[in-house]
Design a binder for this molecule. Structure first.
Ligand SMILES: [Zn+2]
Length: 81
């Protein structure tokens, strides 16, 4: 299961950008309840821009899993180990 690692990494990015605990909680709720596909909403767009941006790419490579949201150009590299 990669999802807990993704979640932990994305929440780390949110905290790095000074998101409040309430904003982090809202993002988690939004992610878990989002019926849209792909199912990983961009945390930056949701939290700071108030809009949905679905995940565009998720391909493991060299032990890392880049998450790319093309609509906003956010890219996160997540360790796949
Ligand atoms: Zn975004």
């Amino acid at each position: 299961m990669i999802e807990p690692q993704i979640l932990a990494a994305l929440l780390g990015y949110l905290e790095h950008r000074n998101a409040t605990q309430e904003q982090v909680r809202k993002y988690i709720r939004y992610w878990r309840s989002s019926p849209r596909d792909p199912s990983v909403p961009c945390p930056i767009c949701y939290t700071f821009r108030g809009r949905h941006s679905g995940l565009a790419a998720l391909h493991e490579k060299d032990g890392y899993m880049p998450l790319v949201w093309h609509s906003c150009n956010e890219t996160f590299n997540i360790s796949a180990q």
